[in-house]
Design a protein around this ligand. Structure first.
Ligand SMILES: NC(=O)c1ccc[n+]([C@@H]2O[C@H](COP(=O)([O-])OP(=O)(O)OC[C@H]3O[C@@H](n4cnc5c(N)ncnc54)[C@H](OP(=O)(O)O)[C@@H]3O)[C@@H](O)[C@H]2O)c1
Length: 161
């Protein structure tokens, strides 16, 4: 399974249930990577999406502990239930797309991490684990520096060694 996430200088990922910034080039990259794949997210991330709707052209799975929770996609209520559902899919096709809680819970099961690094410090209230502080991960690829309205960022790929 793979994780895709955009982080700032402190590996911050969100504030007030929204992204720290919206970079069109990063959203395009996210769309290209996940198109036609399975995306797994937490209930709060689903509710942060435009119209609180699942992402088009992808198989969406949302986690919520609330048995009454309804969404226009598959809802599952525990990690065990998620594992059962994911048996039907090739794990290479599964992307964990957030947020902080779901990244943390799923991290051990993932071997590839698409990290967009945004070279700015934002005021954040949600964070991703800093992979540079763990020796089991290595950077296998990184893009040229990108820029949007003076904001520098790059795409990187980490693998579990
Ligand atoms: N920078 C990025 O790339 C990126 C990507 C995605 C999200 N984000 C940001 O991340 C923030 C949201 O993260 P978050 O940690 O607050 O929320 P989240 O992970 O999106 O959702 C948490 C919710 O998911 C459900 N859940 C999680 N694990 C579960 C489990 N094991 N079993 C059952 N339900 C489970 C629970 O829903 P119930 O409360 O309904 O039980 C929980 O409250 C937002 O600011 C968002 O913009 C950033």
């Amino acid at each position: 399974m793979k994780i895709i996430v955009a982080v700032d200088n402190n590996w911050g990922i969100g504030k007030n249930n929204d992204l720290l910034t919206h970079i069109p080039g990063d959203l395009k990259y996210f769309k290209e990577k996940t198109a036609g794949k399975v995306v797994v997210m937490g209930r709060k991330t689903l509710e942060s999406l435009p119209g609180k709707k699942p992402l088009p052209e992808r198989t969406n799975i949302v986690l919520s502990s609330d048995k009454e929770y309804r969404a226009a996609c598959t809802v599952c209520h525990s990690m065990d239930e998620l594992a059962e559902i994911l048996k039907d899919y090739d794990s290479d096709e599964v992307f964990i797309i957030g947020g902080a809680k779901v990244y943390k819970d799923m991290m051990e099961k993932c071997d590839t991490f698409f990290i967009t690094k945004i070279f700015k410090t934002f005021d954040a209230d949600r964070y991703f684990e800093n992979l540079d502080q763990h020796s089991e991960f290595e950077i296998v690829w990184e893009s040229e520096m990108q820029e949007y309205k003076g904001l520098e960022y790059k795409f990187t790929e980490y693998r579990r060694k």
